[in-house]
Design a binder for this molecule. Sequence first.
Ligand SMILES: [Zn+2]
Ligand SMILES: [Zn+2]
Length: 447
Amino acid sequence: MRDKKKRLKSNLISKMSALFIGVALLAGCGATGTESANMEETVAVESTATEEATEIITSEEETVFESIEESMEEATNEIAEMQVHFIDVGQGDATLIICDDEAMLIDAGNNTKGTTIQSYMLKQGVEDLKYLVLTHPDADHIGAADVIVTKFNIENIFMSDYTKDNQTYNELIQALDDKSYKWSTPEVGSTYELGSATFTIIAPNKQYSDPNNASIGLLLQNGDNKFLFTGDAEEEAEEDILANGIAIDCDVYKAGHHGSNTSNTKELLETITPAFVVVSCAEDNSYGHPQAEPMNNFRSMGMKLFRTDEQGSIVAISDGTEITWNCAPTESWKAGESTESAKTATPESTAAPETTPAPEPFPAPELTPEPAPEQIPASEPIVDEVVEETVAEQPAQNEYVIGNKNTKAFHRPTCSRLPKEKNQVIFNNRDDAIAAGYHNPCDYCCP
Ligand SMILES: [Zn+2]
Ligand SMILES: [Zn+2]
């Protein structure tokens, strides 16, 4: 256990940072124009807080100080501040939760997001994870988990019982093996502590043939504030979650499967009745996430919406009673392109390949500066929702790839590890590359 003085200091710091967040909230989301005003206000708030702290320490006798300290400790021992960071990782998920100096990461984006997530965590002062939860083995959830496992000390690792045999999954298992880390699938109904918060496992409720449905789901609670995470669980798994008897009403719902219409059923929404919903996806992603049907339901049910594709990283702060945010909810209910219309819009395979990388996210919020975004692999080909993972692992036939004449490796066109131009050879698709003797898909962009 920490000693009291340290505890008091951290209480004050957390109070000051709560004030800071309040100010940042007023200033809006990543609005660069308000930065200097914001800074001034922050300074003012901080100095007031410091004066208060000094007063406590100097104006009273030691015994009084002790009793103040004690009562503060009692008050804050119960419910500490909890921060929930929905990190902008483009198309994918990565949510960092910090409560009372303990941290948990739920999912770790795709293969290109290792540095983004690592830097983000370090900027929040997170050097160890009490929990790493990898909801399911799709590449947009475990892609950068090998980096996180390698770079951070992790106490508990929870993974879906759905396993895969592909490069992304095997890299993760290798990273775990290298550090002799064991992982397990937590049982539905079991509860774990993260500082003053607790979380209860609500899924998977059985074995599924689809990795999305095998997602670990959990209800995170700090005081009265509840956050629901269901990974990419689709209708079938949502039904099983509803049937398992665990109360899952919540304040904040991280939209299932990036806002896909294969998840977020009306039945689920009517049971959980969140005030806030957060969609984690990339702008203009080829899946059409978030889709119109769930968006319409969120809206008609009066939920306030946050979305990483338009707002960058989103931060919610829970004090056990109230939840505050680093930016205002968005008024944009714009759905992604529907799969059908996206299909129609797909150019013929003979058309020039799409080489523009996905658009950059909005500037990071004031509270949580982000490192320079990494390059995102080429736009995903347009395919049906249900083959998401196949796509992530193996692009469709119409995506061209670039081979390296020397190494016989091949890459997606936007990979940051492309060979020099004179060593490049372009193939219409990965099959052509392999047929020509280019047998090494790049580890980094996973073409
Ligand atoms: Zn996903
Ligand atoms: Zn998935």
